[in-house]
Ligand binder design. Structure first.
Ligand code: 6CS
Ligand code: FE
Length: 300
């Protein structure tokens, strides 16, 4: 691989130290006109790498999305689709990717002007959906997700050049301390943490069930947590988390009877379209990293 163009080398044979990210967090010029996020919220996102909005959607909106989520999970044909990922032990549905392509209702949420206006304010460009997914995390059966930076995977395995991308996660069930809420390390987005270990071909066929490559070492996690701590935003269904593509996050297994079902949409700047993967031979499939730049129009 031509490492001259790889600003964020990872999946290496030998460890290299973490280094400060080379990209801004906020792309909007400071004196740019206003958007829905206040200067305090913009500063919090810049410094911490996430923003959390409790009860962002109305109960009616949540009810509509939850029934759609249930319908998709009960569609037996989808269980055998390549974009459905099952839990390794129980065979329960773990994730359904590209759900905005399976559902017009979810597709419409990706163009919600209230969300897009925040995304524009941060990324300062048109955007398209890089990836969407439902993580079902069923009661008792939903396994966890190891610590990782999404960008590290999207860079090494999908060819995403720079950190000009963010995820929007909307909870469709109560997220409590008992059912494996998403945990984040505030401030971790400001460092790129190279990982060791050459990525096997077709890694995604196992990584989506249990990620082994692109997981930072415990020594790195230790100082990042010492610096920023760990947060696990909890709240009612319809709460929304925006998190920067490089913010380290993880979640524990769901040991409760209650599902922790969240939907995720990943907004990538149209200026940051996928190139060739930086650390693997072949690009991952379209449902994981879209190469169709379909610029979103708010409210359409
Ligand atoms: O590989 C990916 O793209 C997926 N894996 C994780 C653990 N988070 C981001 C994304 O869903
Ligand atoms: Fe992730």
């Amino acid at each position: 691989m031509d490492n001259l163009r790889d600003l964020y080398p990872s999946r290496l044979e030998r460890r290299i130290d973490a280094f400060k990210r080379l990209d801004p967090v906020i792309y909007r010029k400071p004196d740019a006109d206003e958007g829905p996020l206040s200067p305090e919220q913009m500063a919090f996102y810049r410094d911490n790498g996430y923003l959390y909005f409790e009860c962002f959607l109305s109960e009616a909106e949540v009810a509509q999305l939850f029934s759609e989520l249930t319908a998709l999970s009960e569609d037996s044909s989808l269980r055998h689709a390549e974009d459905a990922v099952l839990e390794p032990d129980s065979g329960e549905l773990r994730s359904l990717f590209a759900m905005h392509r399976h559902s017009e209702i979810f597709d419409k949420v990706t163009r919600n002007p209230r969300i897009l206006d925040m995304v524009y304010q941060i990324l300062d460009s048109d955007v398209y959906i890089h990836q969407s997914r439902i993580n079902y995390k069923p009661g008792f059966k939903g396994k966890g997700f190891n610590w990782h930076s999404d960008f590290e995977t999207w860079h090494t395995e999908d060819g995403m050049p720079r950190m000009r991308c963010l995820s929007c996660s909307i909870t469709l069930t109560e997220n409590t301390e008992f059912n494996g809420p998403l945990m984040l390390i505030p401030g971790s987005h400001r460092y790129f943490v190279p990982c060791t270990g050459a990525t096997p071909d077709d890694n995604y066929k196992t990584s989506l069930q249990a990620q082994q490559f692109g997981v930072p070492e415990e020594d790195d996690l230790r100082w990042l947590v010492a610096e920023g701590g760990i947060v696990a935003p909890k709240g009612p269904p319809g709460s929304m988390l925006l998190f920067e593509c490089n913010t380290l996050h993880a979640s524990n297994a769901n040991m409760s009877p209650f599902p922790r079902s969240n939907v995720f949409f990943v907004y990538n700047s149209v200026e940051n379209a996928l190139q060739a993967p930086y650390a693997t031979r072949n690009p991952r499939p379209e449902f994981l990293g879209s190469r169709r730049i379909e610029t979103l129009t708010p409210g359409s």
